[in-house]
Unconditional design. Structure first.
Length: 697
């Protein structure tokens, strides 16, 4: 009889012990595998979340992780199944935990193997004894399950923790497993860039979604696109776009939206976007140019309004500056057959054009500025949203421009004295009428334009009106008004200009006004001499250069005032010789108020008749002041600028001004004598009139 039949208890014990050992090893190995798998998943999650490696690197990490977990599973699960213990090994393990068995189990296992020198009866007896003592063996104590249970619990705990984290953060879990398997879904961040539909010519274009992060857009070649990105979450200060032209900053519009205007698209391009902590370069926009119809044989005929007198002309430009009311006639063709041609105005209105035998034609009346954008759609569907833009600026006709060049300031004359008037009138397209009138009167005098109607320079000598009989001898003032009418249709425009006030005085008032002017001139010359004292005694200091400039300007101003007084006296005709030089003075003021020294130069030219009386005295005073300004005053200023000694020039200037001062004092003495003589004559006249009155009684 075999051992299995003779000692079934021993065999059942050994089989149960083997099953227990295998189950414990499998439980322990399962726990190790779960812990290793959880640790690897956490490590992969941390690496991907912190560093966001590229796809190929993530796939390499996944392969290494699978290899590592497989190796742990092989060692913890498959090796115990392959290396199962034999009956002798099991018996040895049991007897190690139960020393009282004293090799009875080992003997019972080998009861059928009788080696030379061994007794079969003794083995039988030992096996029977072992069979009888099987109840003493506790398999649970021999192979405790505590470590296996702890291993499984650790693994299950790790798995439960991962499942809880995935339940709490489902989005991150989904993104992690997608990226773990080679996906490109980005991690959620404080800032998330979202690609919006681009704009072209004010219209929103629809994007083709390739993946959740890759988009494609095909537009007509030459289209100028405006890329748009919205920053969700924390809006960064700057968003950049990276493309074939390098990295460019996008313009912030507010509410998290950023835009970038691209030049005309002429080749395939890819653009990536970065901003804030969303710096992974996603989303990606792929741009591809298509080939819609283009404009060819462009020609514009411009016909200005008839009143401008301008001839019609043709040009191939697309921007025009035309007179208001011009007519623009446009004709063009397309290089490819077009299914649709539309004009789009600034207000969004559209107008479809129909093709004729020689292309497309339309007209526009430039009553105001505007533009038309040409939108072409090919038969294959490609759209050129802005094939061309016709812009025109309609310039309204401006009213005539009139101004009096002379007199430029207040003018003083006597009854019947001359008033030089220099009028400049111009208009963009010519004057229709030009007239002049004295303010307060209804008499209008037409002004001859001598054929040139674009710019008219009118020079006239008017005679100061005499006072009325009721107001004889009373001073008054007047001025002249010029009016110009252009040729605009249908409503001509009027331009107007007025002279400064012109004072008309009696001869005595005129002389009195001149005397007052000479007194003011003398006071200013005395003030100039006093200003030179700090320069002469060296106390000017840092004010030396400003003082020299002010003295120079003051002398120039005095010279101009004396020249103005001289011209007024010449045209008043009070002095001998004035009539002979008046034509020269008239020529002098044709370009407006003459500059300092110009009057002196004209009257001092060879062949000019000499002036007499007070006009001669004014001329002499003005010459001396002009010489002081052109000579020592200029040298004083140059010395201060060159940091040279200013005293010699200041002394020379003081001498020149003192000479002028002597003449002014002599003028006042002479004027006092004249006033005294005039007073005596007035008293004699009054006495004579009273005597005549008395004798008549």
């Amino acid at each position: 009889m075999s051992e299995r039949r003779r000692f079934p208890g021993i065999r059942r014990l050994l089989a149960g012990f083997e099953r227990r050992l295998l189950s414990l090893l499998l439980l322990y190995g399962t726990g190790r595998v779960l812990v290793s798998l959880s640790a690897l998943l956490l490590a992969l999650f941390a690496l991907d979340r912190m560093f966001e490696p590229p796809v190929w690197f993530r796939l390499v990490l996944l392969a290494l992780a699978v290899y590592g977990v497989g190796k742990v599973a092989f060692r913890a699960l498959l090796v115990p199944l392959r290396e199962r213990p034999g009956p002798g090994d099991l018996a040895a393990l049991l007897e190690r935990q139960h020393p009282g068995m004293r090799d009875l189990l080992a003997t019972a296992v080998e009861v059928d193997r009788i080696h030379p020198g061994e007794s079969a009866e003794l083995k039988e007896a030992a096996a029977a004894q072992a069979e009888a003592r099987l109840s003493e063996i506790d398999l649970a104590a021999t192979a405790p399950s505590g470590e296996a249970r702890r291993s499984v619990l650790r693994g299950a705990g790790c798995v439960l923790v991962l499942l809880a984290l995935a339940w709490l953060r489902p989005v991150e879990a989904r993104i992690f497993f997608d990226r773990l398997l080679g996906g490109t879904t980005p991690w959620p961040k404080a800032t998330t860039l979202v690609l919006l539909s681009p704009y072209a010519s004010g219209e929103e274009l629809e994007l083709e979604e390739i993946t959740s992060e890759i988009f494609r857009l095909q537009v007509a070649q030459g289209t100028a696109l405006t890329l748009r990105v919205r920053a969700d979450g924390e809006v960064p200060d700057q968003v950049t776009a990276e493309g074939p032209r390098g990295r460019r900053s996008m313009q912030a519009l507010g509410d998290g939206e950023f835009v970038l205007r691209l030049p005309a698209l002429d080749r395939e391009e890819e653009w990536r976007f970065r901003g804030g902590d969303d710096d992974d370069g996603w989303p990606l926009l792929q741009l591809a140019p298509g080939y819609p119809p283009m404009l060819t044989d462009w020609l514009v005929q411009v016909a200005p309004p008839a009143y401008t007198g301008e001839a019609a002309y043709e040009a191939a430009a697309k921007e025009y500056r035309v007179p208001q009311g011009s007519r623009l006639s446009v004709q063009f063709q397309t290089d490819l057959p077009a299914a649709e041609v539309q004009l789009r105005a600034l207000d969004g209105t559209r107008e479809a054009l129909e093709a004729s035998e020689d292309g497309y034609r339309f007209e526009v009346l430039a009553e105001k500025s505007g533009e038309y954008a040409f939108e072409l759609v090919g038969r294959d569907g490609f759209r050129n949203a802005q094939a061309a833009v016709l812009r025109w600026q309609a310039e309204p006709d401006s009213k005539p421009s009139l101004r009096f060049l002379f007199p430029a300031g207040r003018w003083t004359t006597t009854f019947g004295g001359g008033i030089p008037l220099v009028l400049e009138a111009s208009d963009d397209y010519g004057l229709a009428e030009l007239s002049m009138t004295e303010e307060g009167t209804e008499e209008t005098t037409p002004v001859a334009m001598n054929g040139d109607r674009l710019r008219v320079l009118h020079i006239e000598r008017r005679v100061a009106p005499l006072p009325s009989a009721e107001g004889f001898g009373a001073d008054f003032r007047t001025r002249f008004v010029a009016q110009g009418l252009d040729r605009a249709v249908p409503l001509p425009q009027t331009g107007e200009a007025r002279t400064p006030w012109i004072e008309v005085l009696s001869e005595s008032s005129f002389e009195e006004r001149l005397g007052e002017r000479m007194v003011r001139t003398r006071e200013r010359v005395e003030d100039l001499i006093q200003r030179l004292e700090p320069i002469l005694d060296g106390s000017a200091g840092s004010q030396l250069a400003p003082m020299a400039r002010r003295v120079d300007r003051e002398i120039e101003g005095l010279t101009l005032e004396l020249e103005q007084a001289l011209l007024e006296r010449i045209f008043a005709g009070l002095d001998r010789g004035s009539g002979a030089v008046e034509p020269i003075a008239m020529d002098l003021v044709q370009g407006g108020a003459p500059g300092a020294g110009a009057t002196l130069q004209a009257l001092g030219a060879p062949g000019v008749p000499p002036l007499l009386d007070r006009a001669a005295l004014l001329l002499d005073l003005a010459r001396k002041l002009d010489s002081a300004g052109e000579g020592p005053a200029m040298r004083l200023r140059e010395a201060t600028l060159a940091m040279e000694d200013p005293v010699p020039a200041a002394e020379e200037l003081k001498t020149a001004l003192e000479a002028v001062l002597e003449d002014l004092l002599a003028w006042e003495d002479f004027q006092s004598a004249v006033d005294l003589l005039r007073g005596l004559l007035d008293r004699q006249r009054n006495l004579y009139l009273r005597t005549q009155e008395a004798s008549g009684r």
